[in-house]
Write a protein of this length. Structure first.
Length: 215
């Protein structure tokens, strides 16, 4: 999905300028994008990185999904995407490392391969001179357990809010189908798993620095 379908050009320009303001010389800023599943977090994050040129790198929270084998061992595979199916402490530790980079050191972050449904270590290089890291994910404003350590590491967190919840859910179902789920299974997964997570994510809305309406 093109970010221009989510946000009009004037708003996109304003958001880009605000993000650029966090990329101050001599320090590294961290910007977080959060919101319910399917709202367009990864789309907007990628568009911001593109507009900012070499000033920003995207490090998604989804790289900290637990591996499928570990989820099965823990009996959590049927709830993949819930807060306790991520390595939240590991994510916070990476953010802390990114916030205060060692001189001359490139930091490598994991990504999440949706085709494999698995995290892939060492996929994203963050060179030492990049002044802004943009991270996106569901639980950046979660204030319980190890997730509580995430928000203090971020300069700002923006909450993306869908103007039309039906459209958001339809996009989410379509994404699951695109990556291999049968339509009926995709609809059940969204209804029983993703939407439970969406309700939890919404409890953090009032803690965001900015609420961004999206189409």
């Amino acid at each position: 999905m093109d970010a221009f379908e989510l946000i009009d050009e004037n708003r996109m320009a304003a958001l880009t300028a605000r993000a650029r303001g966090l990329a101050a010389p001599g320090r590294r800023g961290l910007l977080g994008l959060t919101g319910p599943p399917g709202v367009g977090k990864s789309t907007l994050a990628a568009q911001l990185v593109e507009r900012l040129g070499g000033l920003a790198v995207l490090v998604p929270m989804d790289g900290f999904h637990l591996a499928q084998a570990e989820l099965e061992r823990l009996g959590r595979a049927g709830r993949k995407g819930a807060p306790d199916t991520f390595d939240a402490a590991g994510y916070a530790a990476l953010l802390a490392r990114l916030r205060t980079p060692e001189s001359g050191a490139t930091v490598y972050a994991p990504a999440f391969d949706r085709a494999l449904e698995e995290p892939v270590a060492g996929s994203i290089a963050v060179p030492p001179g990049v002044p802004l890291v943009i991270t996106e994910g569901n639980y950046l404003l979660e204030d319980r357990g190890p997730w509580a350590g995430v928000r203090p590491l971020l300069d700002e967190v923006w909450y993306l809010e869908a103007a039309d919840e039906r459209t958001r859910v339809e996009r989410l179902v379509a994404r699951h189908i695109r990556y291999g789920k049968e339509p009926g299974y995709a609809e059940r997964w969204v209804r029983e798993s993703d939407e439970a997570n969406a309700r939890l994510v919404a409890t953090g809305r009032d803690r965001a620095d900015l609420v961004v309406p999206v189409r």
